[in-house]
Design a protein around this ligand. Structure first.
Ligand code: ADP
Ligand code: ZN
Ligand code: ZN
Length: 802
């Protein structure tokens, strides 16, 4: 037998399969999708088995083929489907197969680990073989291969007599924490009796009796304010002891979830539910656009359709924009489906992620909830895929391999003949246009559950505030509303657009702003570390007290970072308890969840935050949402600026008045007449959509045209210009005259990391020869990159044009 293997070398020149001979003793074990070690030239490298065959490629001499050295997996990590997907992506998106394979797999398997065979049932394993296993019942996989034991083990593995066990190296393995436990052998009542005179020790001991079957860490005891010295005394007396407890990696496992009861669907929800279920039962591919205002019960529809999918013995995949930002969503899923849910996201440690991945791979979890990359979850029998907040730009991976989760999900739903559901209160123009044309099926939930009215939205013209002498960042109206809500002990959410809140240094005398020496951008000032930083290349410097341009010492920090806004807010409302959420306060693992929990428990009056508070928040006591700067996003040089503004403001506004109490929204802006803001006030998506579609048509932008953005970069400006001209020429040769080729022109960020950047943008509707052009360019510039570091980035359907 021969294996076709893609080797793990990220180079275009070897990005196809090579044939290897499979040694006899591996034949029973080997499967498509496994990773293997193979000789490659003078080296030994890892590879992925793409297919198995009896026939070599040509009439070459099989005996001359090199042999596979070692198999690395006991179960294949990749499914047949994912391998096929790699091929498709390589064909149409000009992406290296090996890069896609790497993007699909959890990073833990790139880390150090050891795989073992593990005995599940000793009596069924032949004596001879048993001897090879250690007293924990483990036998290293590698050793089994070199001992030629695979042929004997494979059938036992299939019967479940032997299983697979993976041990990751220290830093990704199970976490250890110092804990305390009772020392056994004492009559606990007698001990308690002896402690009656020392109530603090008594409390600790009594608590440990109650919790005998649970792990009690020192940290927990400390958090519950048990006295440290009493613990030490009890240890000295020999009643209790410290030990290293292994804390399970499942971040949700120790929690008890209340069952979440399913709701009786409203008529509108029922219509949506029925259409989806019909598609699932008839095993068709269909894409639905579930357009429902915030709080209209979309999630309830997801949950109930998933339940039906599970009852049919199938699996469901749910994508969310950024899971750290939606802890409430995860909780709802856990409450409804318990251990059936695997949670995949970047906040987990490698080991945790791998555990979740394995649960899916081995069929132990039937539902996944995860961000972008979870679209590759190795389910084998999908009944449904859901993308919540489908308009979010985080579904596009901007780094190579660039992919959009929506495209991948569409392909997978076709593969599995199952529906794809795109949900949003503010669908992307692309998706809504497809729904209007009947490519997608539109399901609408136009009102909130239980007829709760959407909050009233007021727009405040900040130009008027200025001219009436109010120079603060809070308009009179917002100021008053905050005071009112504080007095009524209701909660307030204040949103600041991240982009408007960077701070930088400015010389008051000559206007000089320190720039990054490597990039075409000003440096951002970070107060916490007193450093100037470049957000593109990581350059850092300590700010000087003297202007490097005119030597004046009037160089100051300007602009208002979120921290500064918090200070101002506190000065204005001294009695308010403020919780600030931004990249600085949420960088620690779990911090985000903790802050939200605090706010939910009423430990704060005002939640002040950036983009990350726009989504998912659902607290009954929020009755006021204020948007401090609605404009910063409007002014971005991007054709999606209005769309993004409309989406973000609608999301933020949706945080208010979701329950019994009525909500109010105040938007501060310098562009009160802009349709993206007015239509938020009117809560009229369709109105916004129609106007925006008009602009897109005039400007020849998506969804009327497709875009591809080429970015050419190199340290030598002349080379960039030459290459740009060449690419331009090639594109004109390949493309019909119905397409537009714009540029070359300097990119909006014309220099990053000392490299000059030029762009070419093409707009097209249908281009039969496009893929050929892309392949040609990709290959041509791949060689140039290897030789000369001249880089060509091809971004198909770009989300950002910077
Ligand atoms: P969305 O996902 O559209 O924001 P949710 O599904 O979160 O909406 O629903 C909003 C609120 O209404 C939630 O608290 C949910 O439990 C509740 N809800 C949803 N559907 C129903 C229903 N049919 N009957 C009663 N309450 C419901
Ligand atoms: Zn100066
Ligand atoms: Zn820089």
């Amino acid at each position: 037998m021969i294996a076709k293997v893609i080797v793990d070398i990220p180079s275009k020149s070897v990005d196809f399969t090579f044939d290897y001979l499979i040694p006899d003793q591996m034949q029973a074990m080997i499967q498509v999708g496994m990773r293997v070690i193979v000789p490659f030239g003078p080296r030994t490298v890892q590879g992925y088995i793409m297919s198995l065959t009896d026939q070599p490629d040509s009439d070459m001499d099989i005996s001359k083929l090199k042999k596979i050295k070692e198999i690395q997996d006991i179960q294949p990590e990749l499914t047949q489907e994912l391998i096929q997907l790699t091929e498709w992506y390589n064909q149409y998106f000009v992406t290296k197969r090996i890069s896609m394979l790497e993007a699909m797999l959890p990073s833990a398997i790139k880390a150090k680990y050891t795989k073992y065979f593990k005995i599940e049932s000793f009596s069924e394993v032949p004596q001879q073989l048993q001897l090879k296993f250690n007293n924990e019942g483990l036998y290293p996989y590698k050793e089994a291969q070199s001992n030629n034991d695979l042929t004997a083990i494979t059938p036992l593995l299939k019967q479940g007599v032997i299983s697979e066990e993976t041990k990751l190296t220290q830093n990704v393995s199970k976490k250890k924490q110092r804990a305390v436990r009772l020392i056994e052998g004492f009559d606990v009542d007698a001990v308690l009796g002896s402690l009656e005179k020392s109530p603090k020790q008594y409390d600790v001991y009594a608590y440990l009796i109650d919790e005998q079957h649970h792990t009690v860490t020192l940290k927990q005891l400390d958090e519950m304010s048990f006295s440290k010295s009493s613990i030490d005394t009890l240890i000295r007396k020999g009643f209790i002891e410290k030990y290293d407890a292994i804390i399970d990696r499942d971040p949700f496992e120790t929690r008890v979830f209340e069952q979440d009861e399913k709701q009786v669907l409203t008529t509108e929800q029922q219509v949506a539910y029925d259409s989806i279920i019909e598609t699932i039962e008839s095993q068709q591919q269909r894409t639905f656009l579930l357009h429902g205002v915030t709080g209209s019960g979309k999630t309830e529809v997801y949950l109930q359709t998933i339940e039906t999918v599970l009852n049919l013995g199938k699996q469901a995949m749910m994508l969310v924009p950024e899971i750290a930002l939606t802890p409430q969503m995860v909780l709802r899923f856990k409450r409804r489906f318990g251990d059936d849910v695997a949670v995949l996201h970047s906040g987990l440690s490698k080991g945790e992620r791998y555990d979740e991945w394995q649960k899916i791979r081995d069929g132990k979890a039937s539902v996944s909830v995860g961000a972008r990359s979870s679209v590759f979850a190795p389910f084998k029998n999908l009944g449904m895929i859901i993308i919540d907040e489908e308009h979010e730009s985080s579904y596009k991976q901007e780094d190579y391999p660039r992919y959009h989760a929506r495209d991948i999900a569409q392909w997978r739903s076709q593969y599995h003949h199952c529906p794809l559901i795109l949900g949003s209160a503010t669908p992307s123009l692309e998706s809504f246009a497809r729904a209007e044309k009947g490519v997608y099926e539109l399901l609408a939930l136009p009102s909130r559950v239980n007829q709760k009215i959407l909050p009233e939205v007021d727009i405040v013209d900040m130009r008027e505030e200025l001219s009436s002498g109010n120079r603060s960042m809070f308009s009179k109206q917002l100021h008053q509303a905050i005071e009112e809500k504080l007095a009524r002990q209701e909660q307030i959410v204040l949103f600041l657009n991240r982009r408007g809140y960077a701070s930088f240094m400015l010389c008051r005398d000559c206007g000089h702003v320190p720039q990054c020496p490597n990039c075409d951008i000003s440096l951002t000032y970070h107060k916490s570390t007193d450093q100037l930083k470049c957000h593109y290349c990581g350059y850092q410097a300590t700010p000087s007290n003297q202007c490097p341009n005119c030597e004046s010492d009037h160089i100051r920090q300007v602009g208002t970072g979120t921290q500064r806004v918090e200070e101002l807010l506190q000065q204005t409302f001294p009695e308010a308890r403020i919780i600030r959420m931004d990249v600085d306060t949420t960088s620690r693992k779990g911090a985000h969840e903790k802050l939200l929990e605090d706010f939910g428990e009423g430990k704060g009056d005002i939640l002040l935050g950036t983009q990350m508070i726009a989504k998912g928040l659902d607290f009954p006591n929020i009755t006021l949402v204020g948007v401090l700067n609605a404009d910063t996003m409007l002014n971005l040089p991007d054709f999606r600026a209005s769309e993004r503004t409309f989406q973000l403001l609608t999301q933020v506004a949706g945080r208010a008045g979701r329950h019994e109490k009525e909500g109010k929204v105040i938007i501060q802006t310098y562009n009160p007449e802009h349709y993206a803001i007015k239509d938020v006030q009117a809560n009229n998506f369709k109105e916004f959509y129609d106007k925006e579609m008009n602009y897109r048509k005039l400007g020849k932008y998506p969804p009327y045209f497709f875009l591809i953005n080429f970015t050419i970069s190199h340290k030598d400006m002349k080379k960039v210009m030459e290459a740009s001209k060449h690419i331009h020429k090639i594109l004109l040769q390949y493309l019909t005259d119905k397409s537009l080729v714009l540029g070359p022109s300097p990119a909006a960020l014309s220099r990053i990391n000392k490299e000059y950047r030029f762009q070419i943008l093409i707009k097209y509707k249908q281009e039969p020869a496009l893929v050929d052009a892309l392949k040609y360019l990709d290959e041509y510039y791949h060689d140039l990159y290897v030789k000369d570091k001249l880089s060509l980035k091809i971004d198909i359907n770009p989300q950002m044009l910077m």
